[in-house]
Write a protein that binds this ligand. Structure first.
Ligand SMILES: [Zn+2]
Length: 219
């Protein structure tokens, strides 16, 4: 009886049973992390301070990998170095793997130097399609956490007919983590601590999507 009481104690204190959720090593979900651009494709670029999209995308991809690893996921990076990788190859890597989700990491540019903030793209082929609904939900969870951690302006989640999002078979999103063409934001993107916040935001959004009842993932 005393044993039963001890078992019930957390429920009595917190009102509901704590949810212990972990994946066993063999069924750890696989997430594909795609660092945008690479090699001759530099992506967005600016000077003073010098900043290239391909470099910060890769740095953020590695940090995201670290946090997903800590949360109990397996990861596959489409590129691990400064190499050019055609979009078709990125899609092939994802579609040939048993991945559950595909996350592409990019940074933005605009003619207007005032443009700032973060946005997350998903692809909605037809309203109500399962993959579209899932991608949209994932985009929302990631953006909410990103904005909370970085205090960046939210530009919202957007339906984008982007090649990688369209052709990958699993729920897929493309994160635009800030504007390289905005002086203040570029300065932040040069800081590892800030990229770390972006990576944590992406990893937490993924975790909330896959383990919605795991309260630890929201910390
Ligand atoms: Zn890009």
């Amino acid at each position: 009886m005393r044993f039963v009481f001890l078992l019930l104690l957390p429920i009595l204190i917190y009102g509901k049973a704590p949810i212990a959720y972990s994946f066993s090593s063999k069924d750890k979900p696989l997430i594909v992390i795609d660092a945008g651009h690479g090699g001759i494709s530099t992506g967005a670029k600016a000077h003073h301070p010098f900043c290239e999209e391909k470099r910060i995308a890769l740095a953020t991809a590695f940090l995201t990998q670290k946090y997903l690893d800590q949360l109990g996921y397996r990861t596959l990076l489409t590129r691990k170095s400064d190499i050019f990788l055609p979009l078709s190859k990125r899609i092939l890597i994802a579609n040939r793997s048993p991945c559950l989700l595909f996350i592409s990491i990019h940074f933005n540019s605009a003619k207007n130097p005032e443009a700032s903030g973060m946005e997350v793209f998903y692809f909605e082929k037809e309203k109500g399609k399962k993959r579209s609904i899932s991608s949209k939900k994932l985009a929302g969870l990631i953006l909410t956490d990103l904005v909370k951690r970085t205090q960046a302006k939210s530009r919202g989640i957007k339906n984008g007919n982007l090649f990688v999002l369209r052709e990958v078979k699993v729920p897929a999103v493309l994160v635009e983590g800030g504007f390289i063409t905005n002086f203040q934001e570029r300065n932040l993107l040069k800081q590892r601590d800030y990229l770390d916040k972006i990576a944590r935001g992406i990893a937490t959004g993924i975790d909330q999507y896959l383990k919605p009842k795991n309260v630890l993932g929201a910390s």
